[in-house]
Design a protein around this ligand. Structure first.
Ligand SMILES: NC(=O)c1ccc[n+]([C@@H]2O[C@H](COP(=O)([O-])OP(=O)(O)OC[C@H]3O[C@@H](n4cnc5c(N)ncnc54)[C@H](OP(=O)(O)O)[C@@H]3O)[C@@H](O)[C@H]2O)c1
Length: 250
């Protein structure tokens, strides 16, 4: 039985990945700060699907706690076959209205944790000749959208580069670019949901299940739903000046 490690597994898209992977009979290692919520996700996976689910509480902004997760990813006993780098948040404020520490913490979770956890997981996967990394990016990476958008652009580009480097190793990398998804993300960032049209909302379970199907198909970039694939393609064809002009409204 293979084992998946999911960051940000206590809610939203990460908890949905936990449920979808448990249904596919993967054992789980669940990472986030809230131990009680992780335990509830783990219990549901075990009761409903009979898989083993461990919780590894860690604040991925804290180098020592993050180091414990890196250690688990390097372990050869019960090795991790699938890493889902999903934990993240947005600040919901303009750059100049945040502190520089908040900005650095955002980069720590969205970029540094993804880079370090991937770096810890890959050598063992390459040696074993199989494995996969799924990095949860965002369609926000396709448009000028502050530090959050810039960090997600890094996640997408990093994953695409990694996928190319890994060709022939048996290990795959995929970026998942969800659009607006009904999770705690907006409330944590203090963003009103009512400002976003209802047809743009996605369901976290469908996002996670679609991502795993795209991973099976060998996709390198997974954009859930046709409407967001059209929007993403349109953003890529739109001159940057036009995107910059409309970015003020995000
Ligand atoms: N929802 C959307 O509209 C949307 C769209 C595109 C991309 N995304 C991306 O999807 C990913 C998951 O977000 P979500 O929508 O599922 O939001 P969510 O429901 O708020 O979940 C975020 C997860 O990240 C964990 N987390 C936050 N800070 C952490 C830290 N310092 N250390 C460890 N874990 C931390 C949270 O757990 P704890 O609080 O327990 O630590 C939680 O499990 C993020 O990378 C986000 O950028 C979301």
């Amino acid at each position: 039985m293979s084992t998946a490690l999911i960051t940000g597994a206590s809610s939203g898209i990460g908890a949905a990945f936990a449920a979808a992977l448990a249904a596919r009979k993967h054992d789980l290692v669940l990472v986030a700060r809230d131990e009680q919520r992780l335990a509830a996700v783990a219990q549901a996976a075990t009761e409903q699907h009979g898989v083993a689910a461990d919780v590894l509480p860690a604040d991925l902004i804290d180098p020592i706690a993050r180091g414990r997760v890196e250690e688990r990813l390097r372990a050869s006993e019960k090795p991790i076959d699938l890493l889902v780098n999903n934990a993240g948040f947005a600040l919901g404020k303009r750059f100049a209205r945040t502190t520089v520490d908040e900005q650095e913490q955002l980069l720590d979770i969205l970029v540094r944790a993804v880079l370090r956890l991937t770096h810890a997981a890959l050598p063992g996967m390459i040696e074993r000749g199989h494995g996969a990394i799924v990095n949860v990016s965002s369609i926000a990476g396709e448009v000028p959208y502050g530090t959050y958008g810039a960090a997600k652009a890094w996640v997408t580009s990093f994953s695409e580069g990694l996928a190319a480097e890994l060709r022939g190793t048996g290990v795959r990398a995929m970026a998942l670019l969800p659009g607006f998804t009904r999770t705690e993300f907006q409330s944590r960032a203090g963003v009103r949901r009512s400002a976003i049209p209802s047809f743009l909302w996605l369901d976290p379970a469908r996002v996670a299940e679609g991502a795993l199907r795209d991973l099976d198909r060998g996709r390198v970039v997974s954009v859930p739903t046709t409407r967001y694939r059209v929007l993403t393609a349109a953003a890529r064809l739109t001159p940057r000046a036009v995107l910059r002009a409309s970015a003020r409204r995000f």
